[in-house]
Ligand binder design. Structure first.
Ligand code: ATP
Length: 316
């Protein structure tokens, strides 16, 4: 193979006049965890469905595991696992019955099927729940069942659409450990999320907004290339500080976080703290201003802001 599990060129999907996925280019390396990060409605699910072949593109080319999609989507289905946001198993079947049913869908030979079901029950901590109806499982157990079903046929590629939206932080952490195990066993994983902490765990990340890709790199590189300093300003009347700072062209964004105002300042300002104090000596007099490490949320704000900035009413 080319070393790339997925390539897309100019991938576009329209629903009537609405463009849900807009001219997307993707190069997703094999054996990596690649994330789609973006807000609700930015086109993550639509892109995933296009990559599975469940949805036909309005324009563009897609190759998945070296096969042209949607032309070869039937053959792809055997080599790919897909877990959607909604729990897509059968509530009125037991855990074990669900897995056996999935094994039949994938046409696994009887002997392989039996051993794979046992293996998955044990690896995903579902052995003691095997006779329970799927509908009676907790959120974390349901999610483990869904992932064990999506990987039952040992796919080379796993597409996970917001897989952790219904589970608590502890289950999310365990879930991610499982993803790293799968990746180590040569599975390529594409995962969509709107959680910044999850996005930071990916080997590589595409930031999507309104159907367009705004950035695509390793999380560390995205953080290093933010193009801004991040300052935390404390003290009273932070709403007033925010509205005072926002019109400045050098202030790229402001967001309150508890008792701090997080301020992104253009990287061309060499001493951002002093600069900020000089702009409003009185307003800044009694405040602590601290430069802090950028977060992926800052990256997200910054790369979506850059697209919107044309025509913005900033003071220059
Ligand atoms: N079948 C459809 N017909 C019309 N519009 C659609 C259809 N499917 C998706 N859309 C629209 O396309 C846009 C992108 O939807 P999509 O589900 O891909 O977003 P998303 O990033 O996955 O969001 P979420 O996190 O809310 O699932 C949305 O505005 C959605 O309403």
């Amino acid at each position: 193979m080319s070393g790339l599990a997925i390539t897309a060129e100019g991938l576009t999907r329209r629903f009537g006049d609405f463009v849900a996925v807009n001219n997307l280019d993707l190069m997703i390396p094999e054996n990596t965890i690649y994330g789609f990060l973006g807000p609700n409605g930015c086109g993550k699910s639509t892109t995933m469905r296009l990559l599975t072949g469940l949805l036909t593109p309005s324009a563009g080319k897609v190759k998945v595991l070296d096969m042209d999609i949607p032309k070869n989507s039937e053959a792809l289905r055997r080599r790919m696992g897909y877990m959607t946001q909604k729990f897509s198993l059968y509530d009125n079947l037991t855990v074990e019955e669900n897995l056996k049913f999935i094994a039949r869908i994938y046409n696994l030979p009887a002997r392989t099927s039996k051993s794979r079901v046992e293996q998955q029950l044990s690896e995903f901590g579902l052995n003691q729940h095997r006779k329970r109806l799927a509908g009676n499982l907790s959120g974390g157990q349901r999610q483990r069942l869904a992932l064990s079903a999506a990987t039952l046929h040992q796919p080379e590629l796993l597409l996970l659409d917001e897989p952790t939206s219904a589970v608590d932080p502890e289950n999310r952490r365990d879930f991610w450990e499982t993803l790293f195990d799968l990746c180590e066993q040569d599975t390529t994983i594409l995962v969509s999320t709107h959680y910044m902490d999850e996005a930071e765990r990916c080997h590589r990340l595409a930031i999507l907004e309104s159907g367009c890709k705004r950035a695509d790199d390793a999380p560390k590189a995205l953080l290093e290339n933010l193009g801004a300093y991040v300052l935390e300003v404390d003290g009273d009347n932070l709403r007033q500080v925010k509205s005072t700072l926002e019109p400045l062209a050098e202030v790229l964004s402001t967001a309150q976080q508890g008792t701090y105002l997080r301020v992104l300042i253009d990287e061309h300002i060499s001493m951002p703290e002093q600069w900020l104090r000089q702009q409003y000596p009185e307003l800044m007099a009694e405040r602590t201003i601290q430069q802090v490490r950028p977060s992926l949320e800052d990256v997200f704000v910054q790369c979506t802001r850059q697209e919107e900035s044309t025509g913005q009413d900033k003071r220059h």
